[in-house]
Write a protein that binds this ligand. Structure first.
Ligand code: AVJ
Length: 306
């Protein structure tokens, strides 16, 4: 299926949905960067703190001459702490769907770390893609998957993705992953309903992106952001709610959207430590080490192959 066919198929489901990967055009990547600096959005700062606090131990576990493969690297903000502590002849492979954003961050990283081999890959990491061959063979691969991006994926797909990462890690490889934890729902809901309205703008920008890139005609004035924590599923569900009945044309297909109907644009799953360990184990990983913050909001986990 092509991207546009995938989008149309999502809009024809009983519950309309569009993949969260379509958040990330140029503007969407910028808006996400802005989200990470919001006072209500605890994940980024908390993960950053955990990384800073434990960076010596993390770098020791990774060891020298490693290839760090980052899935969904965005601006690579958190990665800098890690790169600063990696040892000689390290390779950094940032993988991201947003080309301009990725290449600009790669350029900056190269300038900051002249000894580091930086090999950016423009790819949708939910699909198969080719990893570059570094000029010097690294001792091991470290899959770096920060930000709790794993939470975007429904359980079965998250499991598949972890399996792919298990294979990409290779024989003596490992995975370093950021995993957001279940907690007081009010803390979570606030993080996705910020008072400055940046998350709402980020959500709405997806339709702007689709109109431009795929020629759809969503009426941008009719949609409202909604984010709700579903406690029994342990996930935030983010939707765009349509306020006026409208028809949307995309790729020669007409979609009727009723007043009050929503489009699911994102899941953000939150985990228990046991729940994540079980999922990792299903993919062949053993959770070796877990670091958290003092409030147990977020975790960084080091997983080796079983
Ligand atoms: C990039 C998927 C980790 O789920 O918290 C932030 C995206 N969406 N605010 C998240 C997001 C709305 C974010 N991830």
């Amino acid at each position: 299926m092509t991207e546009i066919q995938e989008i149309v198929a999502g809009l024809q489901q009983d519950e309309k949905m569009i993949s969260p990967k379509y958040f990330y055009d140029e503007r969407g990547s910028q808006l996400f960067d802005e989200i990470t600096t919001l006072p209500e959005y605890y994940p980024t700062e908390t993960e950053f703190g955990i990384m800073r606090e434990n960076i010596t131990e993390i770098a020791t576990l990774i060891g020298p001459q490693a290839s760090l493969i980052e899935y969904g690297s965005g601006s690579s903000r958190k990665t800098r702490v890690l790169l600063e502590h990696l040892n000689d002849q390290a390779v950094y492979v940032p993988v991201d769907i947003s080309e301009e954003h990725l290449l600009e961050s790669a350029r900056q990283i190269r300038a900051e770390f002249p000894d580091l081999e930086v090999l950016p890959v423009v790819a949708d990491f939910t699909k198969r893609f080719q990893l570059p061959d570094p000029p010097v063979m690294p001792l091991r691969n470290i899959i770096y998957f920060p930000g709790s991006t794993i939470g975007n994926f429904a359980h079965a797909i998250a499991c598949e993705l972890l399996e792919v990462m298990y294979h990409e890690a290779g024989e003596n490889g490992a995975m370093l992953i950021g995993v957001d934890l279940q907690k007081d729902p009010s803390i979570i809901e606030r993080a996705y309903n910020d008072s400055a309205g940046v998350t709402a703008e980020f959500n709405l920008n997806m339709l702007r992106h689709l109109n431009r890139e795929f020629g759809s005609d969503f009426d941008l004035d009719c949609w409202k952001h909604k984010a709700q924590y579903n406690q029994s599923e342990g996930r935030v569900e983010i939707r765009l709610i349509n306020e006026e009945q409208q028809t949307v044309n995309i790729d020669g297909t007409t979609i009727v959207v009723k007043r009050g109907e929503g489009i699911l644009t994102e899941y953000s799953h939150k985990y228990t430590l046991e729940g994540f360990a079980e999922m990792a184990q299903g993919a062949g990983f053993k959770v070796e080490r877990v670091w958290t913050d003092t409030n147990n909001l977020f975790s960084v986990q080091y997983c080796t192959r079983l």
